[in-house]
Design a protein. Structure first.
Ligand code: GLC
Length: 577
């Protein structure tokens, strides 16, 4: 613990600034292009800061803009210290920091340190020879047992990578394999090596010295691998139909993860201005683990992104799409709210650059209900306890893209999945149907600024097509419309800023078994809010469901003229006392 920054109890006086903050995520490639090459850039972000200020968000999280071969759209970094010319210049980044600070907003950068690009000089050097001083900066292993290098099954473990195929690639020159939990162009760094850790911490300190206000840490709970004393890594249980195994038990919240994050905190964050924000992206994290990661007394990270709620509509994999049952969502969110009630802190999100659009996925994007379901889902999420994250375009009710053929997908995860599914003999129509619903490209189509042919995103040809629905669904059409999705997000953000009960109030779930109505209270001292959301098209008599709603004051609703009936996709925030 850092004596200069003692942990904060979450009381109204002492709660950290980010408990009442809302973060806006910019995926720069798809946000705004200012030079006509069809790819968004920093100049474009600078042009659109009024949109963020108008929305009222407190923090901008910028997905990676570092030099990168773009195998995974910048999550494959070849230089941690620079800016990719595709996105702009170092001077523009400094300009962005100053412009945000000038408007009272903060900048959180993406930190991708589980892996680098295979074109990062560290990996180039590591690969150059088994005796390279940087060989041990990555995970190099000989072929398994008596297998000849390159033969099927010779990989050092049976792990499947996150983007299909084995997590090991053979380097022909040395006859050894390197580990990559993601694409083969994203070799995993070896955090066991203290030199690696010190190099990363030094890089982080330089970004903070330059004025950035924190980091969103990419798959940070995967940096510690369970490695035996003799260097051996363990096979995981087989994944049917792939010939590969699930290695996650060896790298999700591995044995040294807390030690590494505490060390990072000491080396990078302690003793600095308290107005920083750290959020760890943590697939597979449990509530118990999240509590440890976010307990201020342990000094690891401020909050984590957990994945439980975005896995509820999936079976054996993300492509095995199932309908969401509302009671499962309640059970999950309810557990997380309760689990982090006294110690730790939640992040709240529906959308990001890896998830399909929430209005299409959990709402109803048909013309009749698109606006109402987008605002209903937003209300439900933003009234929970935790820091809400808004992903670009979510505040406009942007929906999934009508992909018609496999050639339209760009994301490496989707492209690889289609290839692997064809090799495995799956039905292409069914595979395409699942991709249309779940592909990350749904989140990555350009932000819809106006009704012009390129939606105001570019003067050139956009790298992913603009959704044809932009003629109706765009920022220009919504900006001055008090009934728009955008206006509703503005109100939700203001409500959190103005009402400590939204930020800090205790959470209690109501009607846990109800299949369509999601209701809860938030309580702080003598103030009680009742939040009621109709997650579907069936109307309900509100007083029959929740007699307490009678006579309550409407603080915020998504439909005009609150009536006795809770209408389809209606959401209300009521003040009980
Ligand atoms: C994270 C990122 C995702 C990326 C992966 C590998 O999950 O959000 O976009 O592909 O890590 O870096």
């Amino acid at each position: 613990m850092d004596p200069a920054n003692p942990p904060h109890p979450m009381g109204t006086e002492s709660a950290p600034w980010w408990t009442s903050a809302v973060v806006y995520q910019v995926y720069p490639r798809s946000f705004q292009d200012c030079d006509g090459d069809g790819i968004g850039d920093l100049g474009g972000v600078l042009q659109r800061l009024d949109h963020l200020a108008d929305l009222g968000v407190d923090v901008l999280w910028l997905s990676p803009v570092y030099p990168s071969p773009q195998a995974d759209n910048g999550y494959d970094i070849s230089d941690y210290e620079g800016i990719d010319p595709l996105f702009g210049t170092q001077a523009q980044l400094d300009e962005l920091i100053a412009a945000l600070h000038g408007r009272g907003m903060r900048l959180v950068m993406d930190l991708v340190v589980n892996h680098t690009s295979d074109e990062h000089p560290w990996f180039v050097e590591s690969r150059s020879s088994p005796s390279s001083p940087k060989r041990d900066w990555y995970w190099w292993r000989p072929p398994r047992g008596r297998f000849a290098a390159g033969t099927p099954g010779a990989e050092p473990t049976n792990w499947q990578s996150a983007f299909s195929g084995p997590a090991w690639t053979l380097d022909e020159a040395s006859g050894e394999y390197y580990l990559h939990l993601f694409t083969r162009k994203q070799p995993d760094l070896n955090w066991e090596n203290p030199e690696v850790r010190q190099a990363i911490y030094a890089m982080m300190r330089r970004w903070l010295d330059r004025g950035v206000d924190g980091f969103r840490m990419d798959v940070i709970n995967m940096i510690s691998k369970d490695v035996a004393d003799d260097g051996h890594l363990h096979d995981g249980p087989p994944i049917p139909g792939t010939g590969l195994g699930d290695g996650s038990a060896s790298y999700i919240c591995g044995p040294r993860i807390h030690e590494f994050l505490q060390e990072m905190h000491r080396e990078v964050f302690s003793g600095r201005d308290a107005a920083l924000l750290t959020v760890g992206e943590m697939p597979g994290v449990t509530i118990e683990q999240a509590k440890l990661f976010t307990d201020p007394a342990r000094a690891e990270v401020d909050m984590v992104f957990q994945f439980e709620h975005v896995n509820l509509d999936q079976g054996s994999s993300k492509w095995d799409v199932r309908p969401l049952r509302l009671r499962n969502l309640k059970a999950s969110f309810g557990r997380w709210q309760a689990g982090l009630a006294d110690v730790g802190w939640n992040s709240l999100y529906w959308d990001n650059h890896d998830q399909p659009r929430a209005v299409s996925r959990f709402g109803d994007d048909s013309p009749a209900f698109r606006r109402d379901s987008a605002t209903c889902l937003a209300t439900l999420l933003h009234l929970h306890r935790g820091t809400p994250y808004v992903y670009q375009g979510e505040e406009l009710g942007m929906a999934n893209f009508p992909f018609a053929s496999v050639d339209e997908f760009r994301d490496v995860e989707s492209v690889n999945h289609f290839g692997a599914a064809m090799v495995a003999g799956q039905d292409p129509t069914a595979v395409l149907a699942a991709m249309r619903r779940m592909s990350r490209d749904n989140a990555r189509t350009p932000v819809q600024w106006d009704a012009s042919p390129s939606a105001g995103f570019t003067t050139g040809t956009s790298w992913l097509p603009v959704n044809p629905d932009h003629v109706e669904w765009n920022a220009a059409a919504q900006r001055d419309d008090p009934t728009s999705v955008l206006a509703h997000y503005r109100r939700l953000i203001a409500l959190r800023h103005e009402n400590p009960v939204v930020a800090l109030g205790d959470f209690a779930m109501l009607l846990p078994e109800h299949e369509h109505v999601y209701a809860f209270t938030r309580t702080l001292d003598s103030q009680v809010l009742l939040v009621v959301c109709n997650v579907g098209a069936t109307p309900y008599e509100l007083s029959a469901l929740l007699p307490r709603a009678n006579g309550a004051t409407l603080l915020l609703g998504n439909l005009p003229d609150a009536a006795a009936t809770l209408r389809p996709w209606e959401a209300r925030v009521l003040q009980l006392s």
